[in-house]
Write a protein that binds this ligand. Structure first.
Ligand SMILES: [Zn+2]
Length: 90
């Protein structure tokens, strides 16, 4: 079977019915592409868990990013405080 070259971010097959999609008309929802809104509505129960998992991963990544930023901020603040203390000692 000849494989269709997959480009990034370009829908190829419908997540619901796996039909090849026309490049002009497709329906994007929750990281998946569907040939039509109707197909998404039919498939959404089937892929509910997948969607949930993707959402959780996204949220986790967001949370981790926020924690990283908070840590970085705290580190900067600590450094600033350390500098102040150093100056006091002089
Ligand atoms: Zn479809």
């Amino acid at each position: 079977m000849a494989r269709v070259k997959e480009g990034k971010g370009r829908p190829t097959n419908c997540k619901g019915c796996n039909k090849r999609m026309s490049l002009k008309k497709w329906y994007y929802r929750d990281n998946f592409y569907f040939c039509s809104k109707r197909c998404w509505e039919k498939a959404k129960d089937k892929i509910k868990e997948e969607i949930q998992k993707l959402r959780e991963e996204k949220n986790k990544a967001k949370k981790e990013q926020a924690e990283k930023e908070a840590q970085l901020k705290a580190k900067t603040e600590n450094t600033e405080q350390a500098n102040v203390e150093e100056k006091k000692q002089e």
